[in-house]
Design a binder for this molecule. Structure first.
Ligand SMILES: CC(C)(COP(=O)(O)OP(=O)(O)OC[C@H]1O[C@@H](n2cnc3c(N)ncnc32)[C@H](O)[C@@H]1OP(=O)(O)O)[C@@H](O)C(=O)NCCC(=O)NCCS
Length: 627
């Protein structure tokens, strides 16, 4: 090992005494870097900031250096606009806000690749690493340092590097898992004594973000294993999970957003298939509070990125939920994640692996979320086609759940028409007519389809009811994308039921007829459906609607219940649900014409808690209930 270093060191730590021949200063360490070297920088909040600063400011730096990195937090000196003042050429797998200008100027190469595949590229020499600069904890009694808050892709870089330089920081937590490195593998130790970089997020208070967060939380069950991408919306969702039980975490990165769930005992990992009772992660980006918690804590199992993000491991998890934030989506379901308006933002991370893994997991849920418009409200993020300067990072074949502040859609296995219909209903009402017209012009929607619902989907109107036999169904406002489900329900009715519902024999429902039962304006027309099964496998087993007559402010009602579900109280639950809805919206009462032999319907009407009057009029019984 090098003997050129002065024995007089400006700073050292007692634990480094046995390794004093390796201890040096940042200036002397970076002087070992050669012209043309490819220098890997440790990741996230474990970036080697002292070494990087030295490299950036050393007089006569090596020529043709390339700095290679994933996500770096507050690592570079920046100008007044927050743009990095780096003087080097970079190769990055993630575009932080500070590098955006440098990318535009051609000084930074962005590599769009899953971070889970980078270790393999480094091992094969396709991504060259000559020098690795990292930040580690103090060594233990056996001479092992910990990679601390970031394991990430660092093991691959260390294995490839000719020269390893480590900042040794007593503040770096010793994390548990596959995070140790024997000091013999480090060539130069640079003692530092700085607080570990913190990433503190301001909570996103906006109403639409909070709505999305609540909607996401609605579809996460007890016992799910979660991966939450770096966007601010998925993180907000975690705060609404404090009533869930036995959640698990298997993520590329953890942040402070997990702390309330841990404090309230919601995360036990008891239902995890692999690494039960452990929080598996590759990085922590958070506050000192999080770092104090992970220090020497066996609950946390830090693993290299390629191990954490192995799709087979992810898919093996019980109820794996992956939540990713996107910039835009087109009406066929193509999702843009890392490029928006022509500029590169963030990166792929390992989101593809997590979404894939979640889609293959038993009971898993891959979720894409986004606000329906850009922050200024001027642009819809739901677009007829992705715009120039946007790419499809997640293929439409891989998209399952999409959530905006206007509701939740499930697209997997759905046709283009069904996707376009569902996504238009997730768009901001202001943009729906234009999207609808574009979708019809592109042939995604037939000319016969109309756009009725111009309201935000009222998720608060969803309710789960328990029927007489103890089974549960969800009653929710109908969507135009429910057309096929409603048609299937119709075809399950007996001939007699069809007759009592429609007053004549009907063989099938035309597009216009079926749309009338689910594609409604929620002002004078309201429809609810009863759903059996999870959203991704939803089966419509009941439908109820009311149509308000403006002249007397009374609404005509009609119901259909699947024969297998009749007599269990579903009709009564639907009646109660739409009556409460109507009363809340100022409707005076319900009327219905019922065939005299339809005892079930007459009985149903009589069960109303309101004043009910039944009069025989011609061939029908005219039933009126006033609220
Ligand atoms: C009418 C209809 C919506 C009722 O739905 P449902 O889920 O069976 O209703 P419920 O289970 O809540 O039952 C309502 C009442 O009907 C009676 N009922 C239900 N099934 C019955 C049956 N097979 N025989 C006799 N009475 C029956 C019950 O007395 C019940 O009252 P109760 O709870 O006080 O005992 C359903 O039968 C249906 O879809 N029929 C075909 C379409 C139709 O006629 N629609 C109405 C025209 S607008």
């Amino acid at each position: 090992m090098d003997t050129m270093f002065s024995p007089k060191k400006p700073l050292s730590h007692a634990a480094l005494k046995p390794y004093s021949e390796k201890v040096t200063t940042a200036a002397l360490a970076v002087a070992q870097i050669h012209n043309g070297d490819h220098v890997f920088l440790g990741t996230g909040c474990a970036a080697p900031c002292t070494l990087l600063r030295e490299l950036e400011t050393m007089p006569g730096p090596p020529a043709d250096l390339e700095l290679i990195h994933f996500l770096l937090v507050k690592a570079f000196a920046t100008d007044a606009h927050g743009q990095s003042l780096t003087r080097f050429h970079h190769r990055t797998f993630f575009v932080g806000a500070d590098l955006r200008m440098a990318i535009g100027e051609g000084r930074v190469e962005y590599v769009p690749i899953s971070i889970a595949r980078v270790p393999e590229m480094i091992a094969r020499g396709r991504i060259r690493v000559d020098v690795a600069m990292i930040q580690v904890s103090l060594p233990d009694a056996f001479g092992y340092v910990s990679l601390g808050v970031s394991v990430d892709i660092i093991p691959a870089a260390l294995a490839a590097a000719r020269l390893v330089i480590a900042e040794v920081n007593p503040h770096m937590p010793r994390t548990m898992g596959d995070t140790t490195l024997h000091i013999s593998r480090i060539h130069h130790l640079v003692p530092v004594n700085t607080a570990v970089t913190e990433l503190n997020r301001e909570p996103a208070q906006e109403d639409n973000v909070q709505r999305i967060a609540r909607y996401i939380a609605r579809i996460i069950d007890d016992g799910s294993t979660l991966q939450v991408g770096l966007g601010y919306v998925p993180h907000e969702a975690l705060q609404y999970l404090t009533d869930r039980k036995d959640l698990g975490l298997h993520c590329d990165v953890i942040t402070d957003a997990i702390l309330p769930l841990l404090e309230q005992g919601c995360i036990t990992g008891a239902c995890k298939t692999t690494h039960p009772f452990k929080i598996v992660t590759s990085m922590a980006l958070g506050s000192q509070r999080l770092y104090d918690l992970i220090n020497l804590n066996p609950l946390f199992d830090f693993q290299p990125m390629d191990a954490v993000c192995d799709p087979v491991t992810i898919a093996a998890q019980h109820k794996m939920v992956s939540i990713a934030q996107a910039y835009s989506i087109d009406l066929t379901g193509q999702v843009c994640v890392d490029q928006f308006d022509g500029k590169f933002y963030s990166g792929m991370g390992a989101q593809g692996e997590f979404l894939h893994g979640a889609s293959r997991s038993a009971g898993g849920k891959p979720i894409i979320c986004m606000t329906s418009t850009s922050a200024d409200g001027k642009t819809s993020r739901i677009r007829a086609s992705l715009a120039a300067g946007e790419v499809s990072t997640i293929a439409r074949t891989d998209v399952h759940y999409v959530v905006t502040e206007h509701g939740i859609a499930y697209l997997f296995g759905k046709s283009i028409r069904e996707r376009a219909t569902a996504l238009i209903e997730l768009a901001h009402p202001q943009f729906r007519p234009e999207l609808f017209a574009q979708a019809q012009a592109m042939g995604y929607l037939p000319a016969t389809q109309t756009l009725q619902n111009m309201r935000a989907y009222p998720v608060e109107d969803e309710l789960t009811v328990t029927l007489k036999d103890g089974s549960q169904v969800m009653l929710r406002p109908a969507l135009s994308s429910d057309a096929q489900g409603v048609r299937n329900l119709f075809h399950h009715l007996s001939k007699a039921d069809v007759y009592t519902r429609f007053f004549h024999h009907v063989r099938g429902l035309s597009d216009a007829e079926v749309q009338r039962l689910c594609n409604v304006n929620y002002e004078t027309e309201v429809a609810f459906v009863a759903i059996d099964g999870p959203r991704e496998d939803a089966n419509i087993v009941g439908q109820a609607c009311y149509f308000v007559n403006p002249s007397d402010n009374l609404a005509d009602t009609a119901y259909m219940v699947h024969p297998d579900w009749q007599g269990h109280g579903l009709g009564s639950a639907l009646q109660k649900c739409i009556a409460q809805h109507a009363a809340r919206h100022g409707v005076r009462g319900f009327v219905a014409d019922v065939l005299p032999g339809n005892t079930r319907m007459l009985r149903l009407a009589q069960k109303s808690p309101h004043a009910v009057r039944a009069e025989r009029t011609g061939d029908c019984v005219h039933v009126t209930q006033l609220f």
